[in-house]
Design a protein around this ligand. Structure first.
Ligand code: 13P
Length: 247
């Protein structure tokens, strides 16, 4: 049985003070949550939010990471730095990293390995663009991303992976995949995971992301291979994200 996992990706939103205020408002709303919950704020808010979440069931996540342990990589953050700041999770290969910042599968694969080596767990994002979907290439694109991004998962860690299927055309557009359409992609991903990781595939959670809102979360989460959600815009408001967690 896979435990549901709801994660907030705040992207480039919220100051340190706003992140702490969110935690104070949000935590009492989900105190009874039986699901796993994580929040990924911008880097400067990690430590303060981590303190605000201490003792709660909500975990701290980072939105990105570099694969090297240290060095001359201006503007980058090493895995050990995130672990020291209290992160248990790192979002890796988000479509905005892939499309706006040119991240390729090989780099993402090295990040996945580095996140595990630092004692954290990755949320690895995959998803097709609208052009790719309309050209009938959705599964081929997902397969290429999975082959590349999961090329270096250290042995013994497969079951600790979390995947996020985020169709690029659904991100921030208000255009959600239909529950059936999302399930179809999740089932394909599950099949790929089975081929690659055998029995461990059944334990790997696959989140859906792309315009998840309080009103559509329950229907998406009812699908057999949708094990949670990676939520952008609707995670910025405490009650809205709490309603998704409760869905
Ligand atoms: P939205 O929920 O704003 O569409 O963003 C989805 C996303 O990219 C989460 O990582």
């Amino acid at each position: 049985m896979r435990r549901r996992f709801l994660a907030a990706n705040w992207k480039m939103h919220k100051s340190i003070a706003e992140a702490v205020a969110f935690a104070k408002d949000f935590l009492p709303r989900i105190a009874w949550a039986e699901h796993e919950v994580a929040i990924a704020p911008p880097f400067p808010a990690l430590s303060a939010l981590g303190h605000a979440l201490a003792g709660s069931p909500v975990a701290l996540a980072a939105q990105n990471v570099h694969d090297e342990a240290q060095g001359a990589f201006t503007g980058e953050v090493a895995p050990s730095m995130l672990a020291e700041a209290g992160c248990q999770w790192v979002i890796v290969g988000h479509s905005e990293r892939r499309h706006l910042f040119g991240e390729r599968d090989a780099f993402i694969a090295r990040k996945v390995a580095a996140v595990f080596a630092a004692g954290m767990r990755p949320i690895v994002c995959v998803g097709e663009t609208l052009d790719e979907r309309e050209a009938g290439r959705t599964f081929a694109v997902l397969e290429t991303q999975l082959d590349g991004s999961l090329a270096d998962v250290p042995s013994g860690h497969a079951a600790d992976l979390v995947l996020a299927y985020e169709p690029v055309w659904a991100i921030g557009t208000g255009r959600t995949a239909t529950p059936d359409g999302a399930q179809e992609a999740h089932a394909m991903i599950r099949g790929w995971l089975r081929g690659r990781f055998a029995d461990d595939a059944g334990a790997i959670r696959i989140q859906y992301g792309g315009s998840v809102k309080p009103d559509n979360a329950a229907e998406l989460l009812a699908q057999p291979d949708i094990d949670g959600a990676l939520v952008g815009g609707a995670s910025l408001d405490p009650e809205s994200f709490a309603r998704i967690v409760r869905a």
